[in-house]
Design a protein around this ligand. Sequence first.
Ligand code: NDP
Ligand code: OXD
Length: 313
Amino acid sequence: MTAKPLLLFVSAHDNADPWVAELKAQLPEVEVRVWPDCPDKAAVDYALVWKPPAGLLATLPNLKVIFSLGAGVDGLLADPALPDRPLVRMVEPGLTEGMTEYVCLHVLRWHRDSPLWEQQQRDRVWKQSAHVPLARERRVGVMGLGALGSDAAAMLAALRFDVAGWSRSPKDIPGVKGFHGADQLPAFLARTEILVCLLPATAETDGLLDAGLFAGLPRDAVVINASRGQVLVEEDLLAALDSGHLRGATLDVFRTEPLPPDHPFWTHPKVTITPHVAAITQARTGVQQVVDGFRRHQAGQPLVNLVDRSRGY
Ligand code: NDP
Ligand code: OXD
């Protein structure tokens, strides 16, 4: 009898139970093991991973495909021993819908001045604004128009925001003004009152959200970063908030996670923090993508959502 292909689930964070249950239900033709339960490393054909121990994947000599539990693969690519096998990143509706909810929530929150009203409530102040703008009067800019950014931008446009997007290559998203490449970044920034960052962390995007970029935004602009902490220069953001140039920031991701208890972001009056929860891969729909990749690979068909290692995403 031929042995079933073996898939190894490795995650530093996720509770393996829902994943194993979904994998067994949706992929009965595969044997599933959860690291560190792996008596024969040579038997592992596929790996489904989130933050695996550095070097672990290199010890699996017959590994055929690496599936990432996350959309962002910067952590995996940082492992110098990452084996040269196809790397499939996570693109699944749960992650996309969750991110779009997060983006809309925080864009609306800043658009409707909620932080101000919350402060006024704490201070028992009744003071109305002379003008409460509509979404159609608010210019939002989304950096990164991939699986997540394109969906979020389209939903913001459906909420009637005046939306633009910036990406490496040109895009055509209905209701979203397209900007691309370094040359068009200044024009994109100049028209952006609420900036949403959904770029991957790569060599090119490292530290992109810095003092120079903030200076290109209009006064009172807001920054929402739900991509990776590496994209943001934290001291520059603090300086732009403290100088009064920026109105506020919502941050879900940080250079060091968990955010250290003494970090100034925790208590900054203009900063809202969430603990890297903007979007979470859902087991049921996430496994569907793994099933699709597994079946494609078994049938000798091209894999989708493959990471281009030279680009870093
Ligand atoms: P994609 O790879 O689908 O999209 C990336 C987008 O960024 C593309 O539009 C790409 O342009 C653009 N881009 C990349 N590099 C550059 C550059 N140098 N200049 C301009 N544009 C660039 O990724 P996803 O949308 O799936 O995910 C985005 C990121 O979100 C992930 O990498 C991850 O870091 C983060 N994330 C955060 C989560 C959270 O909970 N906080 C959850 C999930 C993901 P082009 O289209 O032209 O290639
Ligand atoms: C991801 C994340 O990249 O959750 O999927 O950050």
